[in-house]
Ligand binder design. Structure first.
Ligand SMILES: [Zn+2]
Length: 148
């Protein structure tokens, strides 16, 4: 039994395909919509297929589950007691993939916000976070000035 085993074909598939329309993501979308923000979902033409984008503003949002994306220091980011090494590696890979996506988008001149599942519990602070992100002036491609 030294063979590397994926639980099921579906399990292997789920490992590749990021989950969409999760509860935290729907919360973020509902909140944005209620406050008049219009957005596009899961655009296939952008690296990493962000969950929510505001194309004219070049803003992208990822909504991450704290468990799957191993939110650092978060009580929801637990490591299962069995096959711990496998999980740790998986979480590490997920985090690496997440930061590669952010970098790829930044290279195209997009600003990226990551919203964590645990942050969606408090709607008021979530709205504040979203609003300040969306209100920032867009970053121009290849020209980042700290003073705007
Ligand atoms: Zn968290």
């Amino acid at each position: 039994m030294n063979q590397k085993v994926y639980a099921t074909p579906r399990g292997a598939l789920m490992a590749r395909v990021r989950q969409r329309n999760t509860v935290p993501e729907l919360k973020v979308r509902r909140l944005l919509h209620a406050h008049g923000w219009r957005y596009q979902l899961h655009p296939n033409d952008l690296p990493g297929t962000p969950d929510i984008i505001f194309r004219p503003r070049r803003k992208a949002i990822f909504v991450h589950g704290c468990f799957w994306h191993a939110h650092e220091g978060c009580r929801l980011a637990t490591v299962p007691k069995t096959r711990t090494d496998v999980w740790r590696k998986k979480f590490k890979d997920n985090r690496k993939r997440d930061s590669a996506k952010v970098q790829a988008l930044a290279d195209l001149g997009w600003s990226v916000l990551t919203v964590w599942q645990c942050e969606t519990a408090d709607e008021e602070s979530l709205l504040e976070k979203l609003t300040s992100f969306l209100s920032l002036a867009p970053v121009r491609e290849g020209k980042v000035s700290p003073n705007g």
